[in-house]
Ligand binder design. Structure first.
Ligand SMILES: N[C@@H](CCC(=O)N[C@@H](CS)C(=O)NCC(=O)O)C(=O)O
Length: 213
């Protein structure tokens, strides 16, 4: 059975949503980020960046497959199950583009925005302004894209999962720092949030905590 090492954060729920979408059996081990369990030597052995999520699977020969980085885990699971990532052609190109956009843009920037929006030190003001501006810029990119297609790559895919967990967790706080309407994003959020697999995946790491950058 697939073992998922995670915690209830936007990066941590991408793989559990994907596992639910793919209908794969899995077991969750919680790595308590508040207690600092991500720094334990046993965890470092399977996660060289000391961050969740990490996944352990076994291939047909019984060989252990250890994968860290949420985007890499999404690709691994999509290819294992043959779902939510086209195998070739322009639709695969679009899916990987938006998956990397979500992984390298939305995740890190929204994480920093969340960190500085919560900090009440005066020294945080320039950082808060910078990351608020960048997070809103990414929201505008997403809003434009979703005005052209119902999902990031056309059809629902791993790219939507990667962007959804962050936008779902962060947009309410962002709204306190900007008022631009986002009708296409609102529809997209609703459509993804109403999927039973997404609801089960969000609940999988049972404890809800504030997202860590
Ligand atoms: N690029 C990584 C980021 C993972 C990440 O930032 N994980 C956070 C939780 S959302 C974490 O483990 N934070 C603990 C720490 O920074 O000590 C991914 O997408 O998997």
């Amino acid at each position: 059975v697939i073992e998922l090492y995670t915690w209830a954060t936007p990066n941590g729920t991408k793989p559990s949503i994907m596992l639910e979408e793919a209908g794969l059996d899995y077991r969750v081990t919680l790595i308590d980020l508040v207690k600092g369990e991500q720094f334990a030597p046993e965890f470092l052995a399977i996660s060289p960046n000391n961050k969740i999520p990490t996944l352990i699977d076994r291939d047909e020969d019984g060989e252990r497959r250890i994968i860290f980085e949420s985007g890499a885990i999404l690709i691994y699971l999509a290819e294992k199950a043959g779902v939510l990532l086209p195998t070739a052609g322009p639709s695969r190109d679009r899916t990987l583009e938006w998956l990397f956009w979500a992984s390298a843009g939305v995740g890190p920037m929204f994480g920093q925005f969340g960190h500085f929006a919560g900090a009440d030190l005066d020294q945080a003001a320039p950082a808060r302004a910078r990351f608020t501006k960048e997070a809103w810029r990414l929201i505008e990119v997403l809003e434009r894209r979703l005005g052209l297609a119902p999902y990031l790559a056309g059809d629902y895919s791993v790219a939507d999962i990667a962007a959804f967990t962050w936008v779902h967790a962060t947009l309410p706080t962002l709204r306190a720092h900007g008022q631009t309407p986002t009708p296409h994003i609102d529809l997209w959020l609703q459509s993804i949030a109403s999927r039973p697999a997404v609801q089960r995946g969000l609940r999988a790491p049972k404890i809800r905590i504030r997202a860590h950058p």
